[in-house]
Design a binder for this molecule. Sequence first.
Ligand code: FMN
Length: 236
Amino acid sequence: MRFGFSIARIDNNLNFVSINMDAIRDEIKKLREDFTKGTLSEADVKANPFEQFEIWLAQAVEAKITEVQATTLSTITSDNKPSSRIVYMREFENNNFFIYSNYNSQKAIHISKNNNVTLNFFWPELERQLRVEGTITKCDAKRSDNYFNSRPEESKLSAWASSQSSELKSRKELEDLVESFRKKFEGKEIPRPDFWGGYVITANYYEFWQGRKSRLHDRICYKKENEGWKIFRLAP
Ligand SMILES: Cc1cc2nc3c(=O)[nH]c(=O)nc-3n(C[C@H](O)[C@H](O)[C@H](O)COP(=O)(O)O)c2cc1C
């Protein structure tokens, strides 16, 4: 949904010179999206939620959704507060979702204390949300090496230079660190830092949400039970 009016003027230096914030407030309250693109029923879905995920992912790719691999990863802090950020899901197989990150980051500290996490994919062009709950562990070093080695050189240097989630004095401090690692590894293969690698999330719950007309959305859920999956529908 787009705003039906111009909200701001932008000068030649791309600075906003006027913003009608009251109009934005009014419009935000009024924005209404009616979802009509699809339906989801117990009869349509696969018995295995991972197969259903693969179908939805393929349809999202087909629909050319931007950043289809972006997902909100939520962790739990040591004082039991939720903490969310976007990450890229880079690999997926057999009910497992793989992400890559810094093993000293805030999320890594949360994960080391509490391995329950959630993922949330939003594919707006298909009016779909997919919630996944599961447990997370570090993946094996070989997989992390393979993925790290496939990254562009600049990304490899960034992994070395960024003590992710720690405070920086300035932007320059970070850029100087990149340059010092560039010199260090000049003419050499850049190895994977041992503080950087993959995590695997093994799902025990899925919810496939398909937007429907007048807020009567479809929510088809799967809960892991023994070796199988229980399928049920939730009220929207
Ligand atoms: C589109 C997008 C993709 C991202 N992908 C990743 C990723 O794959 N891995 C990662 O560690 N951070 C990624 N980030 C950055 C995270 O959102 C976050 O800032 C970072 O991981 C630090 O989070 P933390 O301090 O909670 O550990 C991405 C951010 C955006 C907006």
